[in-house]
Design a protein around this ligand. Structure first.
Ligand code: F6P
Length: 531
């Protein structure tokens, strides 16, 4: 099936979008979910998309009641599937039946969600043990935090095998245009599907986290070859930045030597079963900036944010110089300790900020079943308490921590009302908080300070870069940024916003899907037929 131009009743400004060239042209425009749906229909017709994630896209709240978790990317995929139909397979993390029909709005077909029940001990080994005890610290350059056992790796393999078996089961009922698997928890699913055999639709994968540089000699873990070979089983593996993609290629060359070749588009590797060919692509993930702009401007949201700040003692009377904001899961890769060092260095640099400018940290705890996370949470809390003991005066506190996640409709005005945003990750695949902040400024002049170790810093120009490894230097950059002429800061923010409006999450999704959808539509006896 060739992409059908007839499906376009309202052509977009760019023909490049529907040109069956493999990559989206730079001129392709995605103004919102409508354009993404149109793109999908034009590329895949009525063939559904099958999405696979570790977490579910909806939370089951009881009979007939589903709520949407705040995660932006999964919500974008959810919106596409709700409109086009499709199937989603995820490990269960709330109650309710195994199979759920997630309804679409106003006559949209909705999609089927298959929720896989994994026994707790197996889940523990897969999630806390191998995914977050080994893969996460390894790929975030935190080798000293690696824990995990051979049993954890076995649990990871087994969960990936079960997910693969469930996908194959679903292929007997539906013929998707594409199977799209996400994230480091699922690296081996493609390999398991190929081992189980049968005819498969194209398999795409997106690696959301950084790819670490290949360690030298003794430092190469034994499991790395297995993860890499697992990824070679997909037809496309997406990375956030060129740096991560290139490090992946370097790892492949280090492991496979002359058996691997790369022509700039296709990676070919001679494996026992034959030659595997795949496209390692670069697709920097993004947000829906217009959604954040709207939420940040909304008077009811702004009022709620002001009341929230008053409750925290961060209103203009209690904290006259306002607050810097940071929003992260309480994860060691987000640089909490480094951020607090920066704050202290900033107060040392300019003591007039004491009693004036606070740090508001939104820091929900995460992955507490992993020792390294528990220990880190304790260390971050005690460091914040120490700074508060040392510098608090009257009713003013330098660090205000909110230990739960906040709804985006509250976060957006909190970003807008802040004096600036600190993103201090020591390693981060992308960092969407930085993008959410810039979108919420929407003409405002509060600056973003973003760690140079984030995908955002690597893929956007004109940002003020800080380095969590050098808190004193970062404090100077923050101070300069706060003192900069507001008009210059506003111009910088507007330029960043213009970039984000073009490179939004809809474009991200379409660019991920374009090549594999095209290959399925050109394949003889294609599976991309009506569901
Ligand atoms: O960034 C990687 C990632 O897996 C995201 O996809 C996810 O939103 C986040 O980490 C949260 O992780 P968890 O599911 O372990 O809470």
């Amino acid at each position: 099936m060739t992409p059908s131009l007839a499906l376009l009743d309202d052509p977009l400004p760019s023909a490049a979008l529907f040109d069956p060239s493999v990559d989206l042209g730079p001129a392709a425009v995605f103004r919102g979910p409508e354009d993404l749906v149109r793109f999908y229909r034009a590329s895949a017709g009525t063939a559904p998309l099958l999405v696979v994630t570790n977490r579910e896209p909806v939370v089951w709240k009881g009979e007939g009641c589903l709520s949407l978790p705040p995660g932006g990317v999964s919500q974008t995929i959810h919106r596409l599937l709700s409109r086009t139909g499709g199937r989603w397979i995820a490990l269960r993390d709330s109650g309710g039946p195994d199979g759920l029909r997630v309804p679409g709005e106003e006559g949209d077909p909705g999609y089927r969600l298959d929720r896989m029940e994994i026994p707790p001990a197996l889940m523990e080994g897969h999630y806390a043990g191998f995914s977050n005890g080994v893969l996460w610290p390894f790929f975030h350059d935190e080798p000293s935090r690696i824990s995990g056992s051979v049993e954890d790796l076995a649990a990871y393999r087994e969960v990936n095998r079960r997910v693969a078996a469930r996908i194959l089961e679903s292929l007997r009922e539906t013929s998707p245009a594409l199977v799209w698997v996400h994230d480091y928890q699922m690296a081996l699913v493609g390999r398991e599907m190929r081992r189980m055999g049968g005819s498969l639709p194209p398999l795409a994968f997106f690696w959301h986290i950084p790819w670490a540089a290949m360690p030298a000699g003794e430092g190469v873990p034994r499991w790395l070859g297995e993860i890499v070979t697992g990824l070679l089983s997909y037809d496309q593996v997406g990375f956030q930045t060129e740096i991560y993609r290139d490090r992946f290629l370097e790892t492949v060359f280090a492991l496979f030597g002359s058996r691997a070749t790369w022509d700039g588009e296709t990676l070919s590797v001679a494996l026992e079963g034959g030659i595997r060919r795949l496209h390692p692509g670069v697709f920097p993930i993004s947000i829906d900036p217009d959604h954040f702009r709207m939420m940040a401007r909304d008077p009811a949201n702004l009022l709620r944010a002001r009341l929230f700040l008053e409750d925290l003692g961060l209103d203009a009377a209690a904290s006259p110089g306002g607050y810097l904001v940071s929003v992260d899961r309480l994860d060691y890769s987000k640089g909490f300790l480094e951020r607090l060092d920066m704050l202290e260095a900033l107060y040392a640099l300019d003591p007039s900020l004491l009693g004036q400018l606070s740090l508001l940290q939104v820091a929900p705890s995460t992955r507490l079943s992993v020792d390294a996370y528990r220990r880190y949470a304790e260390a971050a809390e005690s460091r914040a308490a120490e700074i508060n003991r040392r510098y608090s005066r009257g009713g003013w506190r330098p660090v205000v921590t909110v230990s739960r996640s906040l709804d985006p409709s509250l976060l957006a005005p909190l970003y807008r009302l802040s004096r600036g945003c600190l993103v201090t990750a020591t390693r981060d695949g992308m960092n969407l908080v930085a993008k959410e902040f810039l979108a919420s400024q929407d003409g405002g002049s509060s600056p973003l300070f973003v760690s140079r170790h984030t995908g955002t810093a690597m893929t956007m120009e004109g940002l003020s870069l800080i380095d969590p490894a050098d808190p004193a230097l970062s404090a100077r950059i923050i101070h300069e940024g706060l003192c900069l002429d507001p008009l210059r800061r506003q111009r910088k923010n507007l330029e960043a916003l213009a970039f984000l409006r073009e490179h939004n999450v809809y474009r991200w999704m379409a660019s991920n899907l374009a090549r594999p959808l095209l290959s399925s539509s050109l394949r003889p006896g294609s599976l991309a037929r009506p569901a």
